[in-house]
Design a protein around this ligand. Structure first.
Ligand code: PEP
Ligand code: MN
Length: 333
């Protein structure tokens, strides 16, 4: 971090800023230039409140030379993180596939989808019990009953389960019942929720917010990791742009960018990214080719009658076709 002092900053102001930083445990090098004085600050500058330093007398501006995230940063953790989701390792170099319906609708529905996707080679079962819906009148999910159905089906098909949490009050329940907790796009910056799940040791699937930058996304991961839970998997699910043809715009460049910035695994959800079933296969394959650690796809036994996101869901047969192609591509990769 660099603090640039104003050209008319007094010696007393320079010393005050330097002292404040040293009290925070930083090492400060004072460089007197011709026009102004510049302070080079070394140490854990993540913990310094840059805005407050910027408001001190004589300060022109504060410039960060490092990213504001530390635990998620590849610089401090060069090797890839591998996250173990109840036996399924994400980030180990093999593409893993998560599939299932948008929401859990009944025990029969979930069991039927789970059996099909498992046969096709998916490793993890998804299904929402608590659904974040744009309309309060839309199906909100089965709630705790949905969680119990997920647990029953998990025990039947022996696949880890992932499902979305929306409120901090459910953290204990989720930690007890599910194998991976999903933070949906709409809650990526629900900081209370992030802090709460940071206290668990469950793998967290952190979706990218609808209009969040990569740095904001990694800062949300940092919230979870700062609480002690380093089991974070990122999920790119499309961002909001001016284009309306697709539900969102899939940002495939997030894959190499995140790989460069962070050691955390990244998976891609082409279902929510596009909202169009015919686009799920090409974009799933593109994500694998771009280096994604996994894919998450919505699959429904009867998409036309699904209670949520039927329009983007694939049938088990369509999903099976994608799995064959992913396997061919995995071989090529
Ligand atoms: C989901 O996975 O069903 C979901 C609601 O996703 P997102 O948060 O990405 O919209
Ligand atoms: Mn959905």
């Amino acid at each position: 971090m660099i603090v640039v002092m104003k050209s008319d900053a007094t010696q007393a102001e320079i010393v005050k800023v330097s002292d404040r930083l040293e009290q925070k445990g930083m090492q400060v090098q004072i460089n007197h230039g011709v026009d102004c004085t510049v302070l080079g600050v070394l140490g854990d500058t993540y913990t310094v409140d840059k805005e407050r330093i910027g408001l001190m007398g004589g300060v022109e501006r504060v410039v960060s030379v490092q990213e504001p995230f530390k635990k998620a940063n590849r610089k401090f953790h060069p090797e890839d993180s591998i996250i173990d989701v109840n036996g399924v390792k994400i980030g180990d170099g093999e593409v893993k596939v998560i599939a299932g319906p948008c929401s859990v609708e009944s025990a029969d529905q979930l069991a039927s989808v789970a059996q099909s996707i498992r046969k096709s080679g998916a490793q993890i079962l998804r299904g929402g019990a608590f659904k974040p819906r744009t309309s309060p009148y839309a199906f909100q999910g089965l709630g705790e009953l949905g969680l119990d159905i997920l647990v029953d089906v998990r025990n039947k098909v022996h696949m880890p389960i992932v499902t979305e949490i929306m409120a901090p009050r459910y953290v204990e329940l989720f930690a007890e019942k599910v194998d991976m907790i999903q933070i949906g796009a709409r809650n990526m910056q629900n900081f209370d929720l992030l802090k709460e799940i940071g206290q668990t040791n469950k793998p967290i699937l952190l979706k990218r917010g609808l209009s969040n930058t990569l740095e904001e996304w990694l800062m949300s991961a940092e919230y979870i990791m700062a609480g002690g839970n380093e089991n974070v998997i990122l999920c790119e699910r499309g961002i909001r742009t001016f284009e309306t043809y697709t539900r969102n715009t899939l940002d495939l460049s997030a894959i190499p960018a995140i790989k460069k910035m962070s050691h955390l695994p990244i998976i891609v959800d082409p279902s929510h990214a596009t909202g169009l079933p015919y686009m799920v296969e090409p974009l799933a394959l593109a994500a694998v080719a771009a280096g994604a650690d996994g894919i998450m796809i919505e699959v429904h036994n009867d998409p036309k009658h699904a209670l949520c996101d039927g329009a983007q869901s694939l049938t088990p047969e369509q999903f099976d076709g994608i799995m064959s192609k992913i396997n061919i591509l995995k071989g090529v990769m």
